[in-house]
Each structure stands twice: as C-alpha cells, then as structure tokens.
Design a protein around this ligand. Structure first.
Ligand code: AVJ
Length: 338
C-alpha cells in the first residue's frame, strides 16, 4: 500500500531519479576506450542488464560462491550490535538491490529504538521501487527516500541526513575498484558522514587462491555466462556483432595485487564491428579482454584505505572461517556515540 501523493498528507515513499540518457553514453565511451587500448578492458558495471542481474542472483546461490551467504550470516550475527553501537537512525544503502540486507539492518535499528529513515541508492529503478515498497510495508510506514543514481557520480544527490546516519556499502562491490579509484570513492563516501555517523563496508578477504578461483569459475558455468553476458549487452546496446562462442571465460587470482581477475579470451582470430561506434576491433587468437577485478582485503589494507579517506576502523566482524569481513568505520577523531 502506497499513500496517495495527492492527499496532502506526508508521503513516506519518495523516489527521485538522477540517471539521464547519459547511461548509454557511458557504455559507448567505456567500450570505445576499453577496446581500442593495447590491453583491452571492459567495465564490470556493464554486466548488469536484466539477464546479467539474474545471472548474478544465481551466482549468489552457487555452492562455490561464498561471499553473499557469508556476509548475510555476519550481518545476522552482528546487526544488533551494529545498531546499538552506532545509534543510527537512518540507513543509506549504496547499491541497495534486493531488500535482504537492509531488512536485517533496519530491523536491528528499529529494535534499538532509533529507526527513522531508509535511503536506498541504486541504478535500477525497478529494484529500488520494489525494495522500497516491501520495506515500507514491513516496517509500518517507514520513511523511504529512494535515490535512483550511480554512486560513482551522484553521491551529491543524496538528501541531507535525517539523524545519526549509517552508510552501508556491502557485497564486496568496493573490490571492483582499482586501488586509486577505491580511495577516491571512499573519500567521497566519507563526505556523506558527519562526526557521529558511520560507514558499514563489506569486503571479501584474502584466502587460499583455489577457494577464490572456484568462486569465480563455478562448475555449473554460471559465472562464465555472466562474464560472456557483457558481449550480449554490447551487441544489443551498440549494435555490435560479437559471437560469444568465440570467447572463453577466464578467472585467476593475481597473488601480487591480491585481486581476482575475470577475462574473456578469444578462441580464434576474430573481427568485430560495433556499428554505433563506427569501429572494427580485431582480436588475435588467445588475446584477452579484462572484464572485472575483484579485490580481496586484509585488515591492514582496509585500515590504510579507510585512513586515507579520513576514516578509522571502529569495528570488525568476520565469519568463523575468516572468509569475509564487515567493517564499521567513522570519521577520524570524531567521538563515537555511546
Ligand atoms: C558484485 C562485485 C561483489 O566481485 O564477487 C561475482 C561480482 N563477479 N562473480 C564479486 C561477481 C563474478 C561480485 N561483486
């Protein structure tokens, strides 16, 4: 049930969109840049059309893919403590997607007696509206201010805080960023925080490379389909003629950089034309296109990344096997609420 916006009473669900037609342009620019460099590269954010999002949901349920279920278990075990120690009244969730994690955190904030508002931020308007309506119903008319936006570009559009704020950036998505852009993003996120506010960050941890590689190269081949999906996206959106059958899925852990890398490797020499960009791209047999990095973290790396963003570690929650961590951080020098 949604309140009638014309009734003149307050409207607990607000959704505002900051995505213009710029979205497709981004894909075009990224593809043109990425495929005309000597070392070809595509950005992982372009995996997620409807089919890609569905494939990602399937990945999350695979036996080899531990991050999603592990993070959820960590949140289940620690949401009450997180709500209590932060005293948060508002949850801002970057990349909110489905409502599962928010439900846990909002429930704990309500139980702590502090819950006032939920601010989901996501590029998918449909996911955002779905989650907003579900949670509005479940939490008895909770105020929801949804922002349809790309957190890399539109953090400035997030409304001013309506009380003690908890910004959640979960799922290990921060791992998709190279060290330099990661620090920049963390610094931008830290700009959303006042002195008593907190960041809740989910990160996958460094571990046995075999465990990591299996998570990104599952036996059922779902991750391979997910990886290849980016070619379908480019074919459809930019009128290209990739034959996905010409490419193999590759995933390996780079031990020096401590990140997993996914690539697409050409099985044979091939030539692809991308009509909307007016370019023809040649691939040599065996040539690889990097499609994703996903950084794995240590406590030390996280602490130093946070410090360079003006944040200090206030809490560290991990699963019993040390696979994944959820970190609580706050502005350096600010008094944590008690
Ligand atoms: C959504 C970026 C956290 O890196 O584990 C899953 C995406 N890629 N399998 C990750 C992904 C391949 C995922 N993140």
């Amino acid at each position: 049930m949604k309140p009638d916006p014309t009734s003149g009473t307050s409207v607990p669900i607000t959704i505002e969109s900051h995505l213009g037609s710029g979205t497709e342009r981004r894909l075009a620019d990224d593809v043109l840049d990425g495929l005309t460099h000597p070392f070809k590269e595509l950005q992982p954010k372009h995996f997620y059309d409807a089919r890609g999002s569905e494939l990602f949901e399937r990945i999350c349920k695979l036996p080899e893919y531990y991050p999603t279920r592990t993070e959820l278990a960590i949140l289940e075990a620690n949401a009450a403590e997180i709500a209590r120690t932060t005293g948060a009244e508002e949850l801002v969730e970057l990349g909110s997607g489905a409502a599962t994690k928010a439900r846990l955190l909002l429930g704990a904030m309500r139980d702590a007696g502090n819950l006032r508002r939920y601010v989901p931020v996501d590029v998918s308007e449909s996911a955002l509206v779905g989650a907003a309506e579900e949670l509005f119903g479940e939490f008895g008319g909770l105020e929801v201010h949804g922002v349809v936006a790309d957190f890399e570009r539109h953090l400035g559009e997030i409304p001013a805080a309506a009380g003690g704020r908890l910004v959640a950036f979960l799922g290990g998505t921060i791992g998709n960023f190279q060290p330099g852009s990661r620090r920049r993003l963390l610094r931008d996120i830290s700009g959303l925080l006042g002195p008593g506010d907190h960041l809740l960050l989910g990160t996958d941890l460094v571990k046995d490379p075999e465990v990591i590689e299996a998570a990104y190269d599952d036996g059922a081949g779902v991750t391979a389909q997910f990886n290849l999906n980016v070619l379908h996206v480019i074919n459809r959106e930019l009128h290209a003629d990739f034959d996905p059958g010409d490419f193999d899925h590759v995933a390996f852990f780079d031990r020096e950089r401590e990140w997993i890398e996914m690539r697409l490797r050409a099985r044979r020499d091939c030539r692809v034309s991308i009509a909307d960009l007016d370019v023809v791209i040649d691939f040599d047999a065996g040539e690889e296109v990097r499609t994703e990095i996903s950084c794995k973290f240590t406590h030390a790396r996280l602490a130093s990344d946070l410090a360079s963003a003006g944040l200090e570690l206030r809490g560290w929650f991990e699963d019993p096997d040390g696979l994944f961590a959820v970190t609580l951080a706050g502005p350096i020098g600010a008094e944590p609420r008690t």
